[in-house]
Structure formats: C-alpha cells, structure tokens
Design a protein around this ligand. Structure first.
Ligand SMILES: C[S@@+](CC[C@H](N)C(=O)[O-])C[C@H]1O[C@@H](n2cnc3c(N)ncnc32)[C@H](O)[C@@H]1O
Length: 201
C-alpha cells in the first residue's frame, strides 16, 4: 500500500485540511459514484425529498438525485471540494454551495439529510454538535439516512464510533428505522460501515 503523503494541515476542523487533500487528489474516502444503498432508498421513496448533503466532497449524488427529480443542496466548506463538485454536477452546479454546516440555513424545509463520511470526518468532540444540528435542521418525521462508520481506532479521520455511542448520540432526537449491511463499500470503510435510516422524533 502506498504511504500516506505528508500534509501541512492536520486539523480536520479547518477547510485547509480538506482543500489540501482534494488539491493533491488524496481522497481515500471518495466512493467515486453513487452507492447502491442510496439508489435503493431513492427507488423505494414514494416521492422526492428535499435533501441536504453536508460535507459533500465530490457530491456525485447531486446529479443522481437531481435527475431523479429530487431537490438537493450539497454543501462543503472547502473551496477545492466545492469546485470539484460543481464541475461534476454540470447543469446542477448551482445546487453545490460553499458553506459551513454549522452556519448554513436552509432556504426551505428539509425532509432528508444524507450522511456520507461527514460525521466520521470530524473529531469526536464535535459529535454532539453534529447531532444537534442534524436535529435542528429536520422537522419531526424527516429522516437522516446514510453511512455510519464503526471502528475503535483513535487516530483519524475517519473517526469511528461504536454502536452504543451512536445510539447515545442520536437517541435524544431520532429513532433508528433501518440498519443494513453495505454491499459496495470502498476499502477504507469495508466491513465497518452500516447503512442506517433514522427518523426525527
Ligand atoms: C471525508 S470527506 C467526505 C466527502 C463526501 N461526503 C464523500 O463521502 O466523499 C468530509 C468532507 O466534509 C467537509 N467538511 C468538514 N467539516 C465541514 C463543515 N463544518 N461544513 C461543511 N463541510 C465540512 C470537508 O471539506 C470534506 O469535503
């Protein structure tokens, strides 16, 4: 396996950390496309949902969801990520927005937040803030759906969580309504992630 290159920025709370990695094409978290579990979720949904993708990175999902008739906004605070996502989004580029998840205000009511390698990108101390923000952005009945990374390693990103930790984090706001194996994980997440859907209480 190739050695991890050395980077100037070591703080994942800073956009510079992610910018540097996107600029040098060191993006081992990048799935390179739309995961099957999201496709299945979209196909099973009775109607399109107004969706937010926080920390969107390349945001392959924007084209997929938009073409399916879904209203989606993808946000990222790293300019390099936004530039890449906008280029990939083509006609849907305006749906990619440079913004900090903790400050961004939705222009209209959200019905879904799609989680993909955002929670695990942030240091552990941020988790309560992430969960509280998810909860604040979603009305009762709305859903938080995506991939949750389970691991015990102290070093990250990605920073894993354990089941009890995730339950404790989300139980004040959400009920878990789906918890499934993932069939098409990329190596960094293989065997350690679950597709989960949580409903806002
Ligand atoms: C591990 S990457 C995941 C990217 C994408 N979701 C994916 O699965 O390929 C984490 C992303 O979150 C972004 N990010 C981290 N903190 C953020 C914040 N406070 N607001 C918006 N984006 C943030 C980073 O810039 C980075 O693009």
């Amino acid at each position: 396996m190739a050695a991890t290159p050395s980077f100037a920025s070591r703080d994942p709370l800073s956009p510079a950390f992610w910018d540097e990695r996107f600029a040098r094409s060191f993006t081992p978290w990048d799935r390179g496309g739309v995961p099957q579990a999201l496709r299945d979720f979209v196909l099973a949904s009775p109607r399109p949902l107004s969706t937010l993708i926080p920390g969107c990175g390349s945001a392959y999902e924007v084209v997929y969801l938009s073409d399916a008739g879904w209203d989606v906004t993808a946000i990222d605070f790293a300019p390099e990520a936004v530039a890449r996502a906008k280029a990939l989004a083509g006609p849907w580029a305006e749906r990619v927005v440079e913004a900090d998840f903790f400050a961004w205000q939705p222009p209209r009511q959200l019905e879904l937040i799609y989680e993909c390698a955002f929670l695990c990108a942030l240091p552990l101390a941020m988790r309560p803030q992430v969960a509280a923000r998810w909860a604040a952005l979603l009305p009762p009945g709305a859903r938080l759906a995506g991939f949750f990374y389970f691991d015990q390693a102290v070093k990250g990103p990605p920073f894993g969580i354990d089941r009890a930790g995730l339950e404790a984090l989300l139980a004040p706001y959400f009920d878990c309504i789906e918890d499934a194996q993932v069939s098409d994980s990329i190596p960094i997440f293989a065997g350690k992630e679950r597709w989960m859907v949580w409903r806002r209480r």
